[in-house]
Design a binder for this molecule. Structure first.
Ligand code: SF4
Length: 352
């Protein structure tokens, strides 16, 4: 089975302005036409060539005949949690479904959690998406489509100011498409996010973290979740390939811009990785790193044997880290009632 996306056509939403100029030049069109089309897609939100009323019809047909489309995703469903979290379900042109979550933040803004694959190959045992396996990678355009379509699902006056690659999939397993999507999302003449407002979260693919460090100065989050190889091997099979010592050594090399911190996510599973000894080992592992720890009390889904630790245990774990001067937050669970919380994404078999 191929994990490559079907690509009979190419979406213009995966192109930076420079890419679009080159594509139109190859069709014998001048530079200003590329700028005109770019503006329609990224500033005016056009999703069809017919909407581009001031572009010559002949040009629009030429683009269609050359196999170009504008986007390969549509918003199929929007669900809103009682806490204001919104889960967007997108249907892709081949029928696959992906999800993206808009998380409300202080100040009336949202952080958007993006998917990078249909399903995921990493098989983390505490994650619903991991139970689905990997169907295929997303194209860069399908990742950008989530960014372009999400603002239209929000009430007027609300906006998204951060994107995190933390939805369905391991972003660094789909490296080239993710990198291309960052290029488009951070294009000042496109969606215009600064690299400071983009975070990649990874389960720990060491060679790809090193590659990312060379190319894109985005924020890095490591999904850590254990302090010994024995436990991490059980929770996250990727640890057998890149054990803890190798992973921590790799993130020590990551070139952090001044005043930025690496984020370590730590899903707390009752009785598995939430003991005082775990907290002390975590302090030791992160010694000397400019790091922030995000504790995530586990969000349950059917069919697993794990338990969410009680609040007292979470506080005790946090206290040990705080006493050693680590920056620690406990993630407030959001979107639990609509299966939009961390580790819960993916179409349920009984979904309407
Ligand atoms: S936690 Fe992330 S990397 Fe692990 S299975 Fe879930 S989506 Fe994949």
């Amino acid at each position: 089975m191929s994990i490559r996306p079907p690509t009979p056509e190419r979406s213009l939403t995966e192109m930076s302005r420079e890419d679009l100029r080159a594509a139109l030049l190859a069709l014998g069109e001048p530079r200003y036409r590329a700028d005109q089309i770019h503006k329609w897609i990224f500033a005016r939100g056009a999703r069809s060539f017919d909407a581009m009323t001031d572009a010559p019809k002949a040009l629009r047909r030429k683009l269609e005949e050359a196999g170009y489309t504008i986007g390969r995703a549509v918003v199929e469903k929007v669900r809103e949690s009682i806490d204001g979290t919104r889960k967007l379900q997108f249907r892709l042109s081949d029928g696959a479904a992906i999800e993206s979550v808009l998380i409300p933040m202080p100040g009336g803004v949202f952080t958007q959690c993006l998917s990078s694959q249909v399903g995921c190959a990493m098989d983390c045992k505490f994650c619903y998406t991991g139970t689905l396996g990997l169907s295929r990678h997303l194209t860069a355009g399908e990742i950008v489509d989530q960014v372009l379509l999400a603002p239209g699902t929000l009430p007027a006056g609300m906006r998204i100011d951060h994107v995190v690659y933390m939805g369905m999939g391991e972003p660094l397993h789909n490296f080239d498409a993710v990198l291309q999507s960052i290029q488009v999302i951070c294009d000042p003449e496109g969606p215009g996010y600064s690299h400071k407002r983009v975070t990649i979260s990874t389960s720990g693919l060491v060679p790809q973290i090193d590659r990312l460090a060379e190319i894109a100065p985005v924020n890095l989050a490591i999904s850590l979740n254990a302090t010994t190889d024995e436990v991490r091997d059980r929770l996250m099979p990727v640890n057998k390939r890149y054990p803890l010592a190798e992973l921590i050594e790799c993130v020590r090399r990551y070139p952090l811009p001044p005043r930025r911190k690496l984020t370590f996510e730590y899903v707390l599973l009752g009785g598995v990785n939430d003991s005082d000894d775990d907290a002390r080992r975590l302090v030791k592992l992160l010694r000397g790193l400019s790091a922030r720890v995000n504790l995530i009390p586990w969000n349950p889904f059917d069919g697993t044997a794990y338990a969410r630790p009680d609040d007292e245990r979470v506080r005790a774990f946090q206290r040990i880290l705080l006493d050693r001067n680590l920056t620690v937050t406990v993630r407030v669970t959001k979107g639990l009632d609509i299966d939009a919380a961390c580790g819960q994404l993916g179409e349920r078999p009984d979904a309407a």
